[in-house]
Design a protein. Structure first.
Length: 198
């Protein structure tokens, strides 16, 4: 059995070109984390017939051989899986917080728009009321001036009529002045009492 394995190994190495065997680098110089599997396969192919499975060489690159036959660093894989899950949860939490912030901000903006519209309508109503009061005051002032003009005109006409009725052409000027002043005072008192009673 051993002779047959040795013969197969010799035939396997003899089939390879001599340049390939001479230029092949040692495994320790070419082994790196990116091509560990390639180095393991090369080692197994080199000693395929004498060492069908070398757990000793595999343990140089990996701490242990797992039950499922995988060559992954299980503790690191678990740590990275937990880290990815934690990062994903943090991102989802940030997205939820951002969405909640946007909803609250939109509600606040809507409330501020409503308040600004209410303030604008209130200012418009106040300006309208102020303009209306100013217009009413102007109308009242104009009406009072007109009434005073009418009253003064009527009073002047009555005084003139009284002067024409009671005054004589040949009367003395001083006596005429006294009669006019007395009659004018009586008429003023009469109209002032009448307006006060009204």
């Amino acid at each position: 059995m051993a002779n047959r394995d040795e013969a197969r190994a010799k035939s396997f190495t003899a089939s390879m070109p001599p340049a390939a065997t001479e230029l092949k680098l040692p495994l320790l110089l070419t082994a790196r984390p990116g091509n560990v599997g390639v180095q393991i396969d090369a080692h197994r192919a080199m000693d395929l017939f004498t060492h069908p499975r070398s757990a000793t060489f595999t343990s140089q690159f990996h701490e242990i051989m797992y039950e499922n036959g995988s060559l992954e660093n299980y503790s690191r894989v678990v740590e990275r899986t937990v880290q990815r899950a934690r990062l994903l949860e943090d991102k989802l939490e940030k997205l939820r917080a951002r969405e909640q912030y946007l909803l609250e901000d939109e509600a606040k903006r809507k409330q501020r728009r409503i308040q600004r519209e209410a303030a604008r309508q209130r200012r418009s109503w106040q300006m309208h009321q102020a303009a209306k009061r100013a217009d009413e005051r102007a109308r009242e002032t104009a009406a009072a001036i007109t009434v005073q003009k009418v009253i003064r005109g009527a009073l002047a006409r009555r005084v003139a009529r009284v002067l024409r009725q009671n005054g004589s052409v040949n009367a003395e000027p001083e006596k005429k002045k006294n009669v006019v002043s007395v009659r004018y005072t009586q008429l003023l008192r009469f109209f002032s009492d009448k307006r006060a009673n009204a």
